[in-house]
Each structure stands twice: as structure tokens, then as C-alpha cells.
Design a protein around this ligand. Structure first.
Ligand code: URA
Length: 434
């Protein structure tokens, strides 16, 4: 029988953990037999020593085995889900889920709430009056099987990968989040337990993302694609740029409004581009050949699905979205071309305005956030509005403005007036790459 100290020492000294060691330590930690300080030491050893592919695979499966695993194989349509590693203004789940359902797949999108400067999909949808995130398994099944809906966005129940829930909270306070094997196993244990047949990963790279380096993002994507593939889930990944916010809004109701613009056939070009790129991957992953998501979006069918999906979860798709009681405008000090809009700074400003939470369980403001009036490459005059800040609590404006102090760079020389642009979709990682 393994014991915690020998497992920690083994990884500390750079050895590969055995399957028996991994199964035991994850199970014992979930039951409270391995203490937090011991798991923290092991996480730090993994952070420095890494894990081999068989170790990450076993670690992931041990975390899946710590809880329940959903099964959608009885549904009449193939299931496909998307997971994003998180970025500022990333509201893609909102238009993407009904779009892919309208293309003919069933979409079980089990999501989370935001913590820190990136928003959570559930927080965004909860700005719709009446909408409910907490569904039981029978409700999820019923909505997915309904041919007029076929899409659900809801909270991942506490029964899915409880070992990860405990370990992620511990990593958050022990400086062990940024480890590729730990991130990959954390995300994939939840996604595999969720029971989807296929999965498309949106791995963000850039100043507003977890991974600021493209090589790290590629390594993370490859590890996750391999884990999904090994578990029988058709998995592909797109590496996408997250240097500036996606679209023009960061904040819950503001992002819902922008998603509605996309479903109505308009919306910011980057949000439309990424929605369609991910939809094409998802549709291909479940073999719906010959369906072009761009045609489905243009037909209005995705908007119809959105309305059905919101109503199926108690929401009123016709109710007005909440608007903030107070707004404030950030203006450009000088004239020139905008060559940087920093995603992280915009995310922090939205969070400080009340769109996000500092600690788990805190209430968020539905209407708070940042609305951008300029994108990289736009020409602005001195005094032109760069962003509007929204909040119900105006004492937050000062801290939000401080976060944005260096967020906008307006070029005044020939050299810095030319914004550096890179494509939104940087790379595709397919199954063969695993
Ligand atoms: N998201 C997760 O679910 N887990 C991680 O480790 C990092 C991001």
C-alpha cells in the first residue's frame, strides 16, 4: 500500500509514479486521508518534475473515477462540447452552443462561474431574467433530447470529478496552477466525466490568457488532445490569439447583448470568425458533413435555437437585459492609431466594476463591465472615447480607471502607428498530433 510521503518523495526525486501510487493518492486525497499540505507538496513536485504521458493519463482517470460520469450515448444525436481555457470578453459559448445545435448536434455545455479577471459563462447567462444554471441530470437529458432545443448550458454538478474540485482550490493558493500536466488533467477529467462524444478545445495564447507563450499553449493543447483521444472522445484544439479582448464588451449582460448581435447576423468580426471556426470544428467532429455553420447562422436558425434554449432553462428571451445605473467614459489623451488594447487590463477593469468576483460565491453585477469603442488599428482624435465603464456602484470607477491606465496605446510616430496583428486562429491541433 503506497503512503503519501513515499509518493511525494518519488516525484520530488524525478521518478515516474506508478498507476497504483496515482490511484491511491487521488482517492485518499478525495476522502481526506491525504492532507492538503501533502497534496500541495506533491503538486509542487509535479510542477517542477512534470509527468509522462502515461502518468497524466492515469492521473486524469483517477480524478474521473473520484466521482460520477455522465452518459449521453442514448441520445438520438451525437454530442459535442467546446472548452475554452478562458479569455477576456470570451462570450463565444453563447452564440456557438445554439448554432451547433441548429446544425444538428446535441451540445451539453457544462460551464463554470468566473473567478478573477476572466468571466464565467453562467454569470453571463444569469443576467437574463429567470434563467437557471442548476439543472438535474433528468432535465439535462430532456432538453438535449428535445429536437427543438438540443443544447444546454448549465453548472457542472458537484459529483463530476470531485478530486479536481478539491485539488484546483488547493493549487490556486499554493502557486501550482501553471503546470501543463495539472491543467490538462484538471480540464480533461471534467470534460471526459461530462460524457460528451466529441470535444473542441479553444486554447488561448497571449497577454489576456493563462498561457502567454505559444509553445506552452501548444504543449497544453497536445496533452489535452491526447487525453481526450485516449479516453475515446474525439478531441481537437485550436490555438487562438488573446492579446486584445474578444469583441467590444467584457461584462455579463454587455456580452449577452453582443452575442445576440452575432446571432442576429451582425456582431464584431472577431467574435463571428471564432464562433464559425469553432462551429466548423465541432460539426466536423461529429461527422455532420455538408453542413456549413455560416449558412445556418445566416438563416436565423441559430437565433431560434437560442430563444428555445433560454426558455428551456426558465429564461425570458424577450426580457430587457439589465443596464447599469452609472457609466463613465475613458478618453484618449492624444491623437493617433490605436496599436494596443490590453486584454488583461480590460478584464481587470470589468472585474473591478463588479462583473467578476474576488472570492468564490460572491455576487456579481449583471450590468457591470467595459464597452470598448476602439479596436487595434483604429485612428482616434485627442479626447475621443476609448471605452465606457458600466457599474451600479460608482465608487468602483476609480479602481477600474487605474486598471486601464496603460491599457490603450495610441501610436504617434510612424513606427508605432502600425499595429502588429496576428491571425485570430493561430494553429489547429488534431488527433494525429497527440
Ligand atoms: N481550468 C481548470 O479547470 N483547471 C485548471 O487547472 C486550469 C484552468
Amino acid at each position: 500500500m503506497p503512503d503519501a510521503v513515499s509518493v511525494i518523495a518519488s516525484k520530488r526525486d524525478g521518478h515516474e509514479l506508478t498507476s497504483a501510487q496515482i490511484d491511491w493518492v487521488i482517492d485518499a486525497y478525495t476522502r481526506g486521508e491525504v492532507a492538503d499540505e501533502q497534496m500541495a507538496a506533491l503538486a509542487m513536485a509535479v510542477y517542477f518534475r512534470g509527468m509522462t504521458r502515461p502518468e497524466v493519463s492515469r492521473w486524469t482517470h483517477a480524478m474521473i473515477a473520484s466521482g460520477t460520469r455522465l452518459d449521453f450515448t442514448h441520445l438520438p444525436r451525437p454530442t459535442v462540447d467546446k472548452h475554452s481555457t478562458g479569455g477576456v470578453g470570451d462570450k463565444i459559448t453563447l452564440p456557438l452552443t445554439p448554432l451547433v445545435a441548429a446544425c444538428g448536434a446535441a451540445v451539453p455545455q457544462l460551464s463554470g462561474r468566473g473567478l478573477g479577471h476572466t468571466g464565467g459563462t453562467l454569470d453571463k447567462l444569469e443576467s437574463i431574467p429567470g434563467w437557471r444554471a442548476d439543472l438535474d441530470n433528468a432535465e439535462i437529458d430532456r432538453i438535449l433530447a428535445d429536437p427543438a432545443v438540443g443544447a444546454v448550458v448549465c453548472a457542472a454538478g458537484s459529483g463530476l470529478a470531485p478530486a479536481d474540485k478539491k485539488l484546483y482550490a488547493l493549487r490556486d493558493v499554493t502557486g501550482t496552477v501553471e503546470s501543463i500536466p495539472l491543467i490538462a488533467s484538471s480540464i480533461m477529467s471534467k470534460k471526459i466525466a461530462e460524457g460528451t462524444g466529441a470535444l473542441v478545445l479553444d486554447v488561448k495564447v497571449g497577454s489576456g490568457a493563462f498561457m502567454t507563450d505559444v509553445d506552452d499553449a501548444r504543449a497544453l493543447a497536445r496533452t489535452m488532445v491526447a487525453l481526450g483521444t485516449d479516453a475515446g472522445v474525439r478531441t481537437t484544439a485550436l490555438l487562438t490569439a488573446m492579446d486584445e479582448p474578444l469583441g467590444c464588451t467584457a461584462g455579463n449582460a454587455l456580452e449577452v447583448r453582443e452575442a445576440l448581435d452575432v446571432l442576429a447576423g451582425a456582431g464584431p468580426p472577431d467574435v463571428v470568425e471564432l464562433t464559425l471556426a469553432l462551429a466548423r470544428e465541432m460539426v466536423a467532429a461529429v461527422g455532420l458533413d455538408g453542413v456549413d455553420p455560416a449558412d445556418v447562422l445566416a438563416s436565423g436558425a441559430a437565433m431560434d435555437r437560442w430563444r428555445a434554449m433560454i426558455a428551456a432553462q426558465g429564461g425570458d428571451p424577450d426580457a430587457p437585459l439589465p443596464a447599469a445605473a452609472h457609466t463613465d467614459t475613458v478618453r484618449s489623451a492624444g491623437a493617433g492609431i490605436v496599436h494596443r488594447v490590453d486584454a488583461r487590463a480590460v478584464g481587470i477593469a470589468a472585474w473591478r466594476l463588479g462583473a467578476g468576483r474576488a472570492v468564490q460565491g460572491e455576487q456579481v453585477q449583471a450590468s457591470a463591465g467595459v464597452e470598448l469603442h476602439v479596436r487595434r488599428g483604429d485612428r482616434v482624435a485627442a479626447g475621443a472615447p476609448l471605452a465606457t465603464l458600466h457599474t451600479d456602484t460608482p465608487e468602483r470607477f476609480e479602481a477600474a480607471r487605474a486598471a486601464l491606465a496603460d491599457a490603450f496605446a495610441v501610436g504617434r510616430t510612424e513606427e508605432d502607428a502600425r499595429p502588429v496583428t496576428r491571425p485570430l486562429v493561430l494553429e489547429r491541433i488534431g488527433e494525429a498530433a497527440g
